[in-house]
Design a protein around this ligand. Structure first.
Ligand SMILES: [Zn+2]
Length: 378
């Protein structure tokens, strides 16, 4: 028999709710159907939404998979201009507003993101200028092309705030309950998680000594860890998101249960559980002090976020190169059936297409880096 840890009711077939312990919007796959009832689940919507929206940028940039939906695109401004564009999955820039330019020869040039957008503008222009050419035939004549942005963009991100900390606290409590935790030990956290109180239970955690990890350079992890020490009457948790955002949670300073330790590590890009190697041993007074002081070691935070962005840049470059090579091969070997030996002519065409496309990619990348203004990171 399982009970909802929020209201205490029995969880049955009729009120069961599949709780994502690490939110689906963060790519999380750890689910429990036996910790929260379906009437209590919506009570967490505000904090879950805060968590989702704060980390959307990272899910989007890493182009992560989720069970449902995709990470929503975000609007950004091209640096130094008023042009807004949208960043889609993998950081792909997409036009939002159409660009309409009157040319000196009286023609009009229209740039839009898709056929639908073009149709709408042409309908408007037809009403205004009443030209006779069929709109669909104009659409068919349009040039379809993809271009590199080659310019830096301004992105506003906020990470922090009370709702985020409450969502982190809920995550670790759900993880504790999923591992057979006792509701009595976490009851005092519920008012804080549900409504916020003046107490502090969560803080950022960037210790000088790295938290041990076996993670490979190619991995981005979400990590959860709980430790309870009976003779010290303390239970604390650690949450790490995208290998970068690290939190310490004082779950109880009056713990009455047995010694307990549990961890979970999840590879965000491959979407699988990996063998866990975390072991954090902190004396009770250090946990209490860390959570009370709310200090962040900025140097260590800086290193962590820099590592994440370097990873993102490299991943996006790799994905882009892959696309270029695949598309170039498709262009060059169009009409060649698989397994067939290609002739020199086809092969030269491939080399030519590849060189051209790679040169475009590199020059746009370098242009973007050159234009990047010196900026402070707040
Ligand atoms: Zn409930």
């Amino acid at each position: 028999m399982f009970n909802c840890y929020v209201c205490g009711c029995n969880i049955t077939k009729n009120n069961t709710y599949k709780e994502h312990i690490i939110l689906n919007s963060l790519g999380g796959k750890l689910i429990s159907p036996s910790i929260i009832c379906n009437s209590c689940a919506p009570k967490f919507d505000p904090i879950d939404t805060a968590l989702s929206s704060q980390f959307n940028l990272y899910g989007l940039m890493l182009n992560i998979e989720r069970d449902r939906g995709k990470n929503p695109p975000i609007k950004v401004k091209v640096t130094g201009t008023d042009n807004q564009i949208s960043l889609d999955a993998g950081g792909k820039p997409v036009l939002i507003s159409p660009i309409i330019q009157e040319k000196s020869d009286g023609n009009i040039s229209i740039t839009v993101r898709d056929k639908k957008g073009l149709r709408k503008i042409l309908n408007g222009l037809q009403r205004k200028f009443s030209f006779t050419e069929d709109i669909e035939s104009i659409i068919n004549r349009a040039n379809k092309s993809e271009e590199y942005l080659g310019k830096p963009v301004d992105i506003n991100v906020e990470i922090g705030g009370e709702e985020l900390f409450r969502a982190i606290c809920k995550m670790i409590v759900s993880f504790y309950m999923q591992n057979g935790g006792s509701r009595q030990e976490i009851l005092h956290l519920l008012p804080y998680i549900l409504h916020g109180t003046n107490e502090a239970f969560v803080s950022y955690y960037y210790p000088d000594k790295e938290i041990n990890t076996k993670s490979k350079i190619s991995q981005i992890l979400h990590r959860l860890f709980i430790k309870a020490v009976a003779n010290e009457k303390v239970m604390y948790g650690y949450v790490e998101l995208f290998s970068t955002f690290k939190f310490l949670i004082l779950m109880s300073d009056n713990y009455t249960g047995k010694d307990f330790q549990h961890s979970y590590e999840f590879d965000v890009l491959n979407r699988n559980k990996v063998e866990s190697s975390i072991n954090i041993n902190l004396p009770k007074d250090i946990v209490i002090e860390t959570v009370k002081n709310q200090k962040i070691n900025l140097n260590n935070f800086h290193d962590a976020i820099q590592k994440l962005w370097l990873f993102i840049v490299e991943k996006q470059s790799n994905d882009c190169l892959n696309d270029i090579i695949q598309n170039s091969m498709k262009t060059a070997f169009e009409g060649v059936t698989e397994g067939e030996v290609v002739n020199n002519e086809d092969f030269y065409l491939l080399i030519e297409t590849l060189s051209e496309n790679l040169a475009k990619f590199l020059s746009s990348r370098n242009q973007g880096l050159e234009d990047y203004p010196d900026k402070n990171i707040d």
